[in-house]
Design a protein around this ligand. Structure first.
Ligand SMILES: Cc1ncc(COP(=O)(O)O)c(C=O)c1O
Length: 599
């Protein structure tokens, strides 16, 4: 620890101007290093989802997995030499199909049956627990009231009068892992919330320590180039050639930016104004329209409101039984807009709807957009991960005709949050948002070859999220991602077949991607209520995190009574058929407990 000088001149231990051994001193760095070392073991356990070092190679997990029994597609069973025997058509390990490489190191996963057996009983719901809940659970037991009381008791005041020093962080390290929802647990299947890839987590720690900011070259240097490389390659995957793009906080920001570009192009073409300068002209008020499927993500309507178009600008197009936008209805809706003298600013197709994973007919949507001079955006926040798969990329055929596409690698891409991409076909597609600002990117700097990074985002200060994406992509390669994605598809096939075969469960529809919608067949109580209550019971006991939603009703609007469904979102490559069977048994048991007359 080096000495320093107080503003008044007195030397202080710890260095700096009056920092008494705290803050950025050598002692604080030592703390960070000690924590990093101690954390390594705990981090490893978190990423695996277990606590006892079970299974440390994908290959071993894959060896145990067997999806063949339910028509799943398996992901190989031999050595890890790359000559995998898995197939992708549901026919198991037969010959002739394109081989999918073995899943291989590192493992993120536990053996859940053993985990669950080892977990002690949870404390009574609502009671603050004297001892922390058992670690081998997907979430803490006790529900919101318990967690709220514990966290406030342990971690407030946020800003004590006197700093606590090292114990402040140590307390968090001890507490959070067992009291936060664990996406790496096989029974955490509620949302598009993936277990993070250890490679990306490691890269993200490096980024946090370096703390580059992507709003000017002189705060970033190499990480600015990495961002360009990532956007160029993903642009090429989507459109066949690199375009422009933005690394975003997720699908919400990507959709917002895409609709902003669509709005501005429509206003420029139809009303000959630059809305960035003059705002929305009165003649355009209430006359711009966006067409998207009735089950499109709510962020589109919210973006329309924020962009001054109003939520009513987003016109829902009915979907078919598979939750896919009906292209004939889309064409009719676009014609009606034209007949009324309104302007179709954008057609938005969804590639991977939030609940059913439905992929709209992208080429048909592109045709309608082109015919009406509208921007064509693909919300592939979920399904965009398929760009990484040699086997499943054809499901996105037509995406290459889009003007823009949202891709969230923190969903089906195993990145730590956030890792959103907005890909834009036109290499100059983001020029309109560029700004020259004296303190960040003046013109002479640009002329001298220092890139203006303000043309890449609506945000200013930004994390270098492209680094973790690059690290993971280079680590796994296309063959690695293909295998991981195949495993998740196989899981969805297994779960759907197991639900169909289960007398107490009812499948809603065949999975399109890796979500499975179903419900418990209530015999005594109201089905919606029984399913809602059983899901909360699994949450409150720390047993499982299931999703819930409503099937679309007439015209695709959210369904009424009887439409509630449970959802499995399968994003964890090393989950086994036994994991899924155990989860469905837990659901059925909870359903039987909740299905009482009057419920
Ligand atoms: C299809 C779709 N689009 C957009 C989003 C929003 O993404 P984010 O939560 O990353 O903002 C989601 C989120 O689930 C989604 O499913």
């Amino acid at each position: 620890m080096s000495g320093g000088t107080e503003p008044g001149g007195a030397a202080v231990p710890g260095g700096g101007y009056g920092l008494r051994g705290a803050a950025f001193s050598a002692a604080a760095r030592e703390l960070a290093e000690n924590v990093a070392a101690a954390w390594r073991t705990g981090l490893d356990a978190l990423l695996r989802g277990d606590y006892d070092g079970y299974g440390d190679r994908y290959g071993e997990e894959a060896d145990r997995a067997d999806y063949g029994g339910h028509g799943g597609d398996g992901h190989g069973s031999g050595d890890s030499s790359g000559g995998g025997t898995g197939s992708v058509d549901g026919s198991g390990h037969g010959g002739g199909e394109r081989p999918v490489r073995q899943l291989r190191e590192p493992a993120w996963g536990p053996e859940p049956a053993a985990m669950l057996a080892a977990a002690p009983d949870p404390p009574a719901a609502g009671a603050p627990s004297a001892t922390p809940p058992a670690p081998r659970r997907p979430l803490p037991a006790g529900g919101p009231t318990t967690v709220d009381a514990e966290v406030r008791g342990a971690f407030t005041p946020v800003l004590p009068d006197a700093g606590l020093g090292a114990p402040a962080l140590e307390a968090l390290l001890g507490y959070l892992p067992d009291h936060t929802v664990r996406p790496a647990h096989p029974h955490t299947v509620g949302h598009l919330h993936c277990p993070p890839d250890p490679v990306a987590v490691a890269a993200d720690q490096l980024v946090a320590a370096l703390n580059p900011s992507q709003d000017s070259w002189d705060q970033a240097a190499a990480t600015a180039v990495i961002e360009s490389c990532v956007l160029e390659e993903f642009g090429a995957l989507a459109f066949g050639a690199p375009g422009a793009g933005s690394v975003t906080s997720g699908g919400t920001e990507s959709n917002h930016l895409a609709l902003l570009l669509a709005r501005d192009r429509a206003l420029a073409r139809r009303f000959e104004v630059d809305p960035a300068q003059s705002g929305i002209p009165a003649a355009a008020a209430g006359r711009l329209r966006i067409l998207s499927s009735a089950v499109a993500h709510f962020s589109l309507a919210r973006a329309a409101a924020q962009l001054g178009l109003g939520e009513q600008a987003v016109v829902p197009v009915p979907v078919d039984d598979g939750h896919r936008l009906d292209p004939a209805e889309l064409a009719r809706a676009a014609d009606r807009i034209a007949e009324r003298g309104e302007t179709l600013a954008a057609v938005v197709a969804t590639a991977g709807s939030t609940d059913a994973g439905a992929i709209d007919p992208l080429a048909d949507c592109a045709r309608v957009a082109r015919a009406h001079g509208a921007w064509f955006h693909v919300d592939a926040a979920y399904g965009g991960g398929l760009l990484l798969s040699d086997v499943r990329r054809p499901l996105l055929d037509g995406i290459g005709q889009a003007d823009s596409a949202s891709v969230d690698l923190h969903k089906f891409g195993w990145q730590p949050i956030p890792a959103g991409l907005l890909l834009i076909r036109d290499p100059h597609g983001l020029d309109a948002i560029a700004r020259s600002v004296a303190y960040l990117s003046d013109l002479d700097d640009e002329e001298a070859g220092y890139p203006n990074l303000l043309a890449r985002s609506l945000r200013t200060t930004r994390r270098a999220d492209a680094v973790k994406i690059l690290a993971a992509c280079r680590h796994h390669g296309r063959d690695g991602y293909t295998a991981m994605i195949e495993s998740c598809f196989a899981q969805a096939a297994h779960a759907a077949a197991a639900i169909e075969a289960h007398p107490a469960l009812e499948l809603a529809l065949r999975p399109a991607l890796t979500t499975v919608l179903f419900r418990y067949r209530a015999e005594h109580g109201d089905p919606d209520r029984v399913n809602a209550v059983l899901r909360r019971r699994l949450l409150a006991t720390g047993t499982a995190v299931l999703g819930r939603t409503r099937l679309p009703g007439a015209g695709g609007r959210p369904g009424g009574p009887g439409s509630l469904r449970l959802k499995l979102t399968l994003l964890r490559p090393q989950t086994t058929p036994a994991d899924l069977d155990a989860l469905l048994a837990l659901v059925a048991d909870a359903g039987a407990e909740c299905d009482v007359p009057g419920s």
